[in-house]
Design a protein around this ligand. Structure first.
Ligand SMILES: Cc1cc2nc3c(=O)[nH]c(=O)nc-3n(C[C@H](O)[C@H](O)[C@H](O)COP(=O)(O)OP(=O)(O)OC[C@H]3O[C@@H](n4cnc5c(N)ncnc54)[C@H](O)[C@@H]3O)c2cc1C
Length: 501
């Protein structure tokens, strides 16, 4: 067996944040990162959204997981999964788009979903925040996560179109809100460029110098962590399978961080015989309402409408944010430039020059222990790991929240213009948010309600850490990656400290 100080399993944003934090603060730690999927074109962990043409198509195809695209079946036919992702096949057909999370996806590639994402990085507010973590400590972690992700509100230029959208939304929502929770440009993990279209941040940016040749960091792609090797309350190593050759090796480590997403992190623990009752439970995603709006030209000045064809930059509406704010708006609103939106929302008629924006409204999900992922004792997934089975239902409270959100969205649409054909506000199938959380959640105490402690360490283990959206214990409506990267930074610091001693 060869040995490392730290093995990180999964190369998405949270695994990358753990590796980078340990490398920056740790005592010359040697870090191995393993990733089940392949390295894609471009820089290590670079966003595929910065690639163009065939290179982008090839990178997105390489991220998909063979054998994880079951044909749509039953009365509810699923559309194709979003580029670069694959549906979790879940071993069943779907009769209801809101039962069992039929739209849940995953990726397997260096950078994980973090090379396909939209980069929205709002801070959570009110009850979205984790009450048992001190606010000062959490704000410090948010700042570091924002630094690693290059978060900015200036990724898009301030155009007339964008200021019109934000003015109209502000007129509806801003009254009575503190300044930091008013309508504003979405904080994005993206960098401005002279064209006005941003360069998107992938895990290359999070990894920093680790994304280039680094003497103390190794990344093995197409390498599956298939078992954690346990001795008492310690993980002493990981059994790895090279998916290109089939070779199996064992690698020892002083600490292990699993950052494999809210389905595959519990899968690896379960396969390794670590099965606390909370593992896989409290699974939640954010019910998501989408619509497309033709903006009313009367909101914009005439000169602007005449000059749009010549001024592509002026047509950028960017991404705007209606922050979660209780009690009036316990939702998260995201108004997006059409091309920046990862979801379709209706069609525009040929020759219709009116600007179009997409509006996504996310609600919180009532958290219940019975919403969970379990694993089959007999069936395996495309990687030969125990097949996940998702049990998931919307409650009466969830439907009421959705109804209220749809009402608010309809009001916005009529104030700002009209829906594009086929773009009326619609609740998307469960799992569409790609913001799955809670399946190995954090708890303040080892009382059976959580899987990890506030530093991300598995309760009862000395040196096993989990990272990713699965640690988030609260019902959130905002995009979760900033929060899970912040928590991963905290785990990285705890690991570095532990390695020192
Ligand atoms: C189109 C799209 C848009 C999105 N937009 C946003 C957004 O605007 N804001 C936001 O906050 N979030 C967004 N997300 C979600 C965001 O990408 C995820 O929250 C984030 O990537 C989670 O990071 P992660 O590191 O926890 O996991 P992932 O990015 O899922 O990475 C996990 C990696 O671990 C690997 N892995 C799993 N198990 C094993 C194993 N046993 N052995 C080896 N490797 C393993 C997987 O192959 C995968 O590559 C979006 C996602 C998509 C697809």
């Amino acid at each position: 067996m060869t040995g490392f100080d730290l093995i990180v399993i999964g190369s998405g944003p949270t695994g990358s944040a753990v590796a980078r934090t340990v490398a920056d603060t740790g005592p010359r730690a040697r870090v191995l990162m393993v990733e089940a999927g392949p390295r894609l074109a471009g820089t290590l962990g670079g966003s595929v959204r910065n690639l163009v043409g065939d290179e982008r198509t090839a990178a997105e195809a390489a991220s998909e997981i063979p054998g994880e695209h079951p044909e749509a079946s039953g009365p509810f036919a699923r559309p194709g999964a979003r580029s670069g992702t694959s549906y979790i096949s879940n071993g069943r057909s779907y009769g209801n788009p809101f039962s069992g999370m039929p739209a849940a996806v995953m990726s397997a590639n260096v950078g994980g979903l973090g090379v396909h994402w939209t980069g929205a990085c709002p801070r959570p507010g009110g009850s979205e925040r984790i009450g048992f973590l001190p606010a000062g400590q959490m704000n410090d972690l948010f700042e570091e996560a924002e630094r690693l992700l290059h978060v900015t509100q200036d990724a898009y230029p301030m155009t007339q179109l964008r200021s019109t959208v934000e003015r109209e939304l502000g007129n509806v929502f801003d009254e009575g809100r503190p300044r930091d929770r008013r309508v504003q440009p979405m904080p994005l993990a993206a960098e401005p460029t002279p064209s006005g279209r941003p360069r998107w941040v992938g895990t290359d940016t999070i990894l920093g110098t680790l994304a280039h040749r680094h003497p103390r960091f190794e990344l093995r792609d197409c390498t599956l962590a298939e078992r954690l090797i346990i001795s008492g309350d310690r993980v002493i190593g990981v059994r790895l399978r090279d998916l290109r050759t089939g070779d199996v090796t064992k690698v020892t480590a002083d600490a292990v961080a699993v950052a494999g997403d809210p389905f595959r992190t519990p899968q690896l623990l379960w396969a390794s015989g670590i099965r606390p009752d909370a593992l896989g439970r409290h699974l939640n995603d954010q019910p998501q309402i989408m619509c497309g709006i033709h903006l009313d030209p009367a909101l914009l000045d005439g000169e602007f409408a005449a000059s749009t064809a010549e001024h592509e930059r002026e047509m950028l509406s960017g991404v705007s944010w209606i922050p979660f704010h209780e009690p009036g708006y316990p939702f998260h609103g995201q108004i997006m430039q059409r091309e920046a939106s990862p979801m379709g929302f209706g069609d525009t008629a040929d020759g219709d020059a009116r600007p179009v924006v997409g509006l996504g409204c996310f609600t919180t999900k009532e958290i219940r222990a019975e919403d969970r992922v379990t694993f089959s004792e007999t069936e395996t997934d495309a990687f030969g790991m125990p097949r996940p089975v998702i049990h998931y239902e919307l409650t009466a409270r969830d439907h009421a929240a959705v109804d209220r959100a749809v009402e608010i969205v309809l009001g916005l649409v009529s104030r700002m213009g009209e829906p594009v054909p086929g773009g009326a506000p619609t609740l998307q199938p469960a799992g569409s948010s790609i913001h799955y959380q809670g399946s190995y959640r954090m708890s303040a105490a080892d009382d059976g309600t959580g899987v990890v402690d506030p530093e991300g360490r598995v309760w009862g283990f000395e040196n096993l850490f989990l990272a990713g959206n699965g640690v988030i214990p609260t019902a959130t409506a905002c995009n979760p990656t900033l929060t899970s990267v912040a928590i991963a930074v905290g785990s990285g610091r705890a690991i570095a400290k532990q390695l020192e001693t």
